[in-house]
Design a protein. Sequence first.
Length: 651
Amino acid sequence: MPGVLLTFLFVIGSIGVGKLLVSRWTQTEDPSTRLAIWGLVGLGAIGVLTLFLGLLPGGFKWGLGVVGLLSGFGLVELVRSWQTTVGRPSKPEGLCLLALVAVGAAVLLAMISVIVPSDANDWDTLAYHLAVPKVWLNQGQWSFISFDHHSNFPFTINNLYIWGLAWGGQAGAKAFSLAFLCLGAFALFGLARERYGDKAAYWVVALYSGVPVIVWEAGTAYIDLGNGLFGALGIIFAAKYLESTNKSHLILSGIMLGLCAGSKYTGLQTVIFSCLLLLVFGLKRQGAGPAIKSAFLAGIVAMAVCCPWYVKNVVTTGNPVYPFFYKHFGGKNWSEFNDRIYTEEQQSFGVARSTDGNYTTNPIEISRAGSAILGLAYQPGRYTNPGQTMGLGFVFISLGAVPMVGLLGWLLSGRAKPFEAFCASTTLVSLFLWFFMSEQSRYVLGLMLPMILLFGGLTVTGKLRQAYAGLGAVSTAVGLVVIYLSVTQDKIPVAVGKITEADYLTQRVPFYAPAQMLNESVKEGRVALFDEVFGFYLDVPYFWANPGHTTELGYDQMRNADDFSKALKDHGLTTVYFNARQAFFGQPKEFETWVGASGLSGTAVPYEPADRVERFKDLRNKYKVLLAEAVQQSKLVLVKTFGKNLVFTVK
């Protein structure tokens, strides 16, 4: 808890930092919105500053004092101007209680996840959102992590986790996501109050607090919630500019869009389509000259804000959007094989292609676009791991029905003004591009937030307002219950101390117990992880050794166990951890064949020559053959087993 409190104190100071940076462009905004903008901009600015600190020797050591002083300075500024910052209170409404209960429940559910260590369901948090900052923090500065391509993603939000880890461990880092949840509630409340009135504002906050993926992400170190807020406000302020022609709205839109593209690659499409539609809408309302200027200004501001990440990538990898678009840009330590299998995985989500496994060869079926987009509301299991092709993905990463209803409600109402029309159009165009890329629900979270705002408008206008309000209330309740039953319920005993964190992690993270053993036994060298990406729980150096992660080991040139063993030694890999359970998931006979070839069950039964040749054609199978042969030839010596997961020493 101390780490969480420090994070929130830091975030409050960041609000003051944001005020100093953008107050000149927020003077006409609702006080609640203004507070959120300052917080988001302040956190974004510190995230970008962290990049430059990390490029300096020991920057992540002494840089803690720099960002601490900056936040403290912002805190002083916020206290000094508190009276003018708070602004007018909202008019009390009967719905106020509903909004407070929904927000309170969402914050409580998220807080429990923040203070309880992340388990295997919190995949990306452990795989890279916290793992990469931990590596850099231990090193004291930024470095190219050759085996983890995620480390080259735009890290405006992830960089904040470096500081959270430094003062509060996992909880300190994940508390930033909870802060984004709170800032989002302030932002949407103020925007709804300004446009649709107090009653709609309360509805919007309640609806926002009941979206499952929002509440779930607020308790993790995922970055889609913060990224989504940046993108959503970029779209919303562009829409406001169309009606007001207030240049401040255009500047704010550009800043937010830039922070969106500076925290996730998908933000680039939000920048492109927001500026494109600013031009299209502006041609009708302003004329060619002003429309071109406004779209250009928003785009230039956005690119100026996000460009440090893309310039850094060009310098360090040769590819501004590494590792994507490898065929066009190339990229350090990547290959056509890596590109192909990564694309296959990205395109296995949703319903754009046939689900026979040929995701890179089967053409996209455009006729499925409508069902793919609407399916976000009624078949969430197809848009997230695991088992997405069968619709078995986690239900708690659902967007719910409210955003889609908000979109369709305004499109069919005939009452949409330029603001609503722009928000809906940007969402639709972006969703259409999303349909052709990777249909993951998290990737469009930012597009859903403007739709929640519009849904709030539907609850107070038109003949169907009571029906919309009823749907909203049910949706909020269901969303919170889903999070409680599927996420929070199992964490409560840990949060209250009935179950120790170590016992919980041993039960919920298969790698946790092996990681503790490796932390104690590996004194020099580093661990090669095969089919295991939760290196966050290791305190010793490690390396993702699968061919899909790295080209450094040279799998395409290997011929036998000697080559395999030599590659491990040449890269300082002294211990091998093989997650055979994951490597042979759903393939029990393949596991038996591998065990036989390795000789671990007695007399070795080598792969048949023809079978071996066939397996060598795909590096994902080749490394398993080489691993088995290295074990059989005693180049790898088994030291411990954890069920189907094995630990070897490189002899």
